[in-house]
Design a binder for this molecule. Structure first.
Ligand code: TMP
Length: 211
């Protein structure tokens, strides 16, 4: 039996992460593999409290560095309390966003120096990196339109189109720089087409590593 893998899903708002997570979960469970599904920021009681601070409007205007450090504080707790123990116990971990989101949103979006993010990444994660990352890529206008049909906008959803254009471009750059880990899904297609792309991608990956 091969070792469990750490799988992450990324994308701008409205890219369809929830559907994607469900499809991946089903593909992994169908193989009889143990799986832990979680999210960032969040995934632990402390992390979920930090998520409320990060996404809510009580602290609108917090400094970019504060935002960055809170993301990594939530991540440190998440790794310590759930991700590392889960993997050590033989469970696959499927996480809705991880450090690529920090590069995309805080780095490309807010303009925080990416070297700072890299040093926090090494400090907090050691050698831990996702094994597979699905990037749901969608034009910003299409994503924001979908996201806008949901609940009231959180602190990130209130950002301007240009912010999300930078985030999207950042994600595509990250994907191009790490082609072995990333799979880019064209999330602008119909739901059925996107589900089919994700299923094929994940099944192919599972054939490779978990045969
Ligand atoms: P979502 O996961 O429900 O889409 O919302 C989380 C929001 O937090 C989303 O706008 C992206 C943002 N975020 C960051 O800015 N940096 C991060 O490191 C993470 C994990 C999320």
């Amino acid at each position: 039996m091969t070792h469990p893998r750490f799988v992450t899903v990324e994308g701008i708002e409205g890219a369809g992460k929830s559907t994607c997570l469900n499809v991946i979960e089903e593909c992994i469970r169908r193989r009889g593999l143990e799986l832990l599904v979680t999210r960032e920021p969040g995934g632990t009681p402390l992390g979920e409290d930090l998520r409320a601070l990060l996404l809510g409007h009580r602290h609108d205007g917090m400094a970019d560095d504060t935002e960055l450090l809170l993301m990594f504080a939530a991540r440190a707790e998440h790794l310590h309390a759930r991700i590392e123990p889960g993997l050590a116990e033989g469970r696959w971990v499927l996480c809705d966003r991880f450090t690529d989101a920090t590069y995309a949103y805080q780095g490309y979006g807010r303009g925080v120096d990416r070297a700072r993010i890299a040093s926090l990444e090494t400090w907090v994660q050691g050698a831990r990196r996702p094994d597979l990352t699905l990037l749901l890529d969608v034009p910003v206008e299409q994503g924001l339109m979908r996201a806008g049909q949901r609940s009231a906008p959180d602190r990130f959803e209130r950002q301007h189109v240009e912010f999300f254009e930078r985030v999207r471009a950042g994600y595509l750059e990250l994907a191009a720089a790490a082609p072995a880990r990333y799979r880019v899904i064209d999330a602008s297609r119909t739901i059925d087409e996107v589900v089919a792309q994700i299923t094929t991608t994940v099944d192919t990956y599972l054939d490779q590593v978990a045969a």
